[in-house]
Design a protein around this ligand. Structure first.
Ligand code: APR
Length: 248
């Protein structure tokens, strides 16, 4: 099956991939759903919404600082690096991620669309001024304030009920509609609009490849499904392409 996917890649020029928390699982970053998922320990509406932030900013900041601390210790895994290398076998390859852990950037992928923001960045909750270089710590009794408008500084991630970064989702749908092969990797495909991207790609004529140890909403419509870890199968795919290129 992996050989068939490699053969398809050799004959197309445009590819795209949607990644979710599962691509970072092998780096030690907890996913959201599933056995050990974050949403099994915390309630999203208590931590990942503007209402939660306005009601209890200190708790929300503590949770994100805990996640930042965790993510400062993790590194990209073989799946991230394989996706970086995979881009070389396409004229156009766009990596669309729901993850906020910055690991695709650290791995060096060339063309990344972050649909849900990036936990390493902050912004003002009121005027959206970016605070990217400060390591914003919780002050003993107050939440850091924006030096332009006095609003509260918050993590630059998309919370439930919020709009995605302008331009990001539009570009993601464009790439899905124009891809000839689309990979859905490490996502439960439950949270829209991101979850619609693989279906849009498939309906637009792309070959749909899913990589996920668990069955998802997409599994029934995937042309190829690898029920294993991304860090296991993606390096095999890149290795096949490399060998083929070496053998001319
Ligand atoms: N390789 C591939 N997939 C994996 C691996 C792995 N090594 N380990 C786990 N998975 C799969 C799980 O089976 C699961 O289907 O990754 C998926 C992770 O799903 P979720 O935890 O739901 O994460 P995600 O799909 O990224 O969630 C989407 O929901 O809470 C919001 O903003 C949050 O971006 C997130 C969005």
């Amino acid at each position: 099956m992996i050989e068939q996917v490699a053969q398809i890649i050799k004959n197309v020029s445009r590819g795209a991939v949607l990644t979710g928390a599962g691509i970072s699982a092998e780096s030690g970053v907890p996913t959201f759903r599933g056995k050990e998922g974050l949403w099994g320990k915390f309630r999203p509406e208590e931590l990942a919404t503007m209402d939660a932030f306005m009601a209890n900013p200190k708790m929300v900041w503590e949770w994100y600082n805990w996640r930042r601390e965790l993510m400062s210790k993790v590194k990209p895994n073989a799946g991230h690096y394989a996706l970086r290398d995979l881009a070389e076998y396409f004229d156009n390859f766009t990596l669309i991620t729901q993850n906020v852990d910055n690991l695709h950037f650290e791995a060096g992928s060339p063309d990344i669309i972050e649909l849900h923001g990036n936990i390493q960045r902050n912004k003002c909750a009121k005027c959206e001024k970016p605070f990217e270089d400060e390591s914003v710590e919780i002050l003993p009794d107050a939440i850091p304030a924006c030096d332009s408008c006095g609003g509260s500084i918050r993590p630059d991630v998309v919370w439930f009920g919020e709009m995605l970064p302008s331009g990001a989702i539009e570009r993601a749908f464009f790439e899905a509609e124009h891809s000839e092969i689309f990979f859905s990797i490490g996502t439960s495909a439950l949270v829209h609009p991101a979850a619609s991207l693989p279906m849009v790609a498939k309906q637009s004529g792309a070959t749909l490849v899913e990589i996920n140890p668990e069955v998802t909403e997409l599994s029934g419509m995937a042309d190829f499904r690898f029920a294993c870890g991304a860090g296991e199968i993606l390096p095999q795919l890149v290795e096949l392409l490399k060998e083929d290129r070496t053998n001319g």
